[in-house]
Design a protein around this ligand. Sequence first.
Ligand SMILES: Cc1cc2nc3c(=O)[nH]c(=O)nc-3n(C[C@H](O)[C@H](O)[C@H](O)COP(=O)(O)OP(=O)(O)OC[C@H]3O[C@@H](n4cnc5c(N)ncnc54)[C@H](O)[C@@H]3O)c2cc1C
Length: 388
Amino acid sequence: MGRSGDREREGAMTDWIVAGAGFTGATLAERIAAELGQRVLVVDRRDHLAGNAFDGADDNGIVHHRYGPHIFHTNSRKVWDYLSRFTDWRPYHHEVLAVVEGRPVPVPFNLESIAALFPAFMAENLSRRVIGEYGYGRKIPILKMRESGDDEIRFLADYVYRNVFESYTRKQWSLDPDELDPSVTARVPFHASRDPRYFQDVYQAMPRAGYAALFERMLSHPNIELALGTEFDDARRRHPDARVIFTGPIDEYFDYRHGALPYRSLRFVHRVEEVAFAQPVGTVNYPNDYDFTRITEMKRLTGQACGRTLLIEEYPEAYESGRNEPYYPVPTQASRALLEPYLDAARALEGRVWFAGRLGDYAYYNMDQACARALALFEKTLSRVGAA
Ligand SMILES: Cc1cc2nc3c(=O)[nH]c(=O)nc-3n(C[C@H](O)[C@H](O)[C@H](O)COP(=O)(O)OP(=O)(O)OC[C@H]3O[C@@H](n4cnc5c(N)ncnc54)[C@H](O)[C@@H]3O)c2cc1C
C-alpha cells in the first residue's frame, strides 16, 4: 500500500513532518491539516498505515490484527466523537476467560469465577464477605484485599494473585511481580459483580470497516501527504525546516545516547480451524499452562461471518532490535529512570520537535489514550505554535 502525493514527489515545502501513522501520528496530522490548514507529511517506516492497530484479511479471507488483537474501548466522549467522524462502529463487549485449575473462569476475577471454582458453600461465603466488606459492583485491587483483616478475603486474594496474576506476569514480562512498577501490580482488580465484560467503559466497539479503513479516512485530508515505507531521517533531510512530531522510539531519535530503553515483544502463532467458532469468548488466557499467554479468536471481535475460524496464540519474548517489534514499554523503576534524560532532551527541542505516543512517550497507552494524548497536545500546544 502506498500513497505519496505529487507535491511530495516534486519536493515541495511541508510545514510539518509526522513520523508514524498510528493513532498518535494520524490524530495530530489530521488536526493540523484540518484546523490549521497547514501541510503535513506523514511518514511511516512500515508499508502500511494504522500503526499497531493495522488489520487485514489473511490467506483464508479471515480479518485479523497483524500486531495483536485490538479492542476499542473508552470512557472519553471526546475521543469517541472524534473517531466517529472517520468510522461507523460495531458494538462489541469483549469477554475474557482464564483457565484456572483446568476450568475457564471470567477475568477480571468476579463472583462468577468464585462460583465456578469453589464448592457452593465456600463460594457463597466468600461472595458474602467480599460484598459485605467492599460493596456490590466495586472493583477492588487484589493487593488491597491481601491486606484485609478478614482471613477468608485474604485467602481469596492470595488465590487470585497466585493463580491468575503471578504466573501470567512471569510469562508476560519474564519478571516477578515485585520487580514491576507498583502502579502495574496495584491495578489488578477483583470485581464484586457478575458483569462478564473485560472492560466497563461506556463506549466499547470495533470500527465496522476495520482500523485500516478508519485511518484511510483520517489521513485523506488534501493537506496531508502520506509516505509509507519511509524513514523519518529521509523526510527530515528533504525538509530540514519543517516542524516535527515524532511518534517513534524516543531513544532511537537521540541515537540511544543514554542507553536503549527496554521493551517486551510478542510472537503470534496463527491457527485456522474448520469450525465456525472454536472458543466461547474473544480471548482465553492461560496464566498457568503452556508457553503462550492467551488465545484470541478474531471472528468474535470482528463479527465476520465465515465457515472457518482463526485463532491467534501469543508468545511473549525478549525484544531484539531488527528481529521483532518493540510492543510493550517495560514498567519498572529502572526503565523509568533510564527514560528521564530522554525526556529532558525532548523538552530542550520543544518549539521545533514534539514527542508523543506509545514509543515517543515510552508509555503503555490504549488506543483511546493515544488519541486523547494527541488531541490534548494539539489543543494545548500545537494549535498555538502552528497559528503563530
Ligand atoms: C499486542 C497488543 C495488543 C493491544 N491491544 C489493544 C487493545 O485491545 N485496545 C487498545 O486500546 N489498545 C491496545 N494496544 C495498544 C495500541 O496498540 C496503542 O495504543 C497504539 O498502537 C498507540 O498508537 P501510537 O500511534 O502511539 O503507536 P504505534 O501504533 O506503534 O505507531 C507508531 C508508528 O511509528 C512508526 N515509526 C517508528 N519510528 C519511525 C521512524 N523513525 N520513521 C518512520 N516511522 C516510524 C512505526 O512503524 C509505527 O507504525 C495493544 C498493543 C499491543 C502491543
